[in-house]
Design a protein around this ligand. Structure first.
Ligand SMILES: [Zn+2]
Ligand SMILES: [Zn+2]
Length: 184
């Protein structure tokens, strides 16, 4: 059984940091349609112990092993598109929107689900994955999934946290920006 990193498994791994510069660095904006050797999310299967909620040619959704809400799903591209939200560019908007759409299809609309991404160097599995929380949340302390923002209404932007909502990502990429740690 592989050892999972903190946002998907053993909480004792919480402080293990990833290298600041991930290998992807996405110099090329083209979207990868291959898998990465040794990546656990490139090898999601029932046989490997994943509780899969949905899968098709592009996307897979499965239940988090340490749920923080009544339903806590992870939605991932089947292929190793990018390591994390930091690698996304406006070229990935169709992929991002497909992930969000799928998330909305898999959980009830009420109460509205919360969804977002961890931003490295927060310890995380290095394969893009959208966390989807539905129903009563069990955010004890909210440290793993804090949602922060600054500004108001339409101008509301990502705050200083290491968790960014799907909406904030869509907005940032939509204006040609990149998600990073810190305000964007
Ligand atoms: Zn995560
Ligand atoms: Zn992968």
């Amino acid at each position: 059984m592989p050892r999972f990193l903190s946002c998907f498994g053993d909480p004792s791994d919480e402080r293990k940091a990833e290298p600041l510069l991930s290998t992807s660095a996405s110099a090329s904006a083209s979207i990868s349609t291959s898998t990465k050797k040794g990546c656990i999310f490139c090898n999601v299967s029932v046989e490997k112990g994943f509780n899969i909620a949905y899968e098709d040619d592009q996307l897979i959704a499965f239940h988090d092993r340490t749920p923080r809400a009544k339903t806590h799903l992870l939605v991932i591209p089947r292929y190793h598109a990018v390591d994390s939200v930091r690698g996304l560019t406006s070229d990935h908007l169709p992929l991002l929107r497909a992930m969000i759409l799928l998330a909305h299809r898999l959980v009830p609309p009420d109460p509205p689900p919360k969804m977002g991404f961890h931003i490295p160097p927060f310890s995380s599995v290095p394969h893009l994955h959208l966390h989807v929380f539905s129903g009563p949340h069990t955010f004890v302390g909210g440290l793993k999934y804090p949602i922060s923002s600054h500004g108001k209404g339409k101008d509301k932007k990502k705050g200083l946290g290491w968790f960014v909502t799907a909406e904030q990502v869509e907005e940032t990429l939509g204006r040609g920006g990149r998600v990073r740690l810190g305000r964007s």
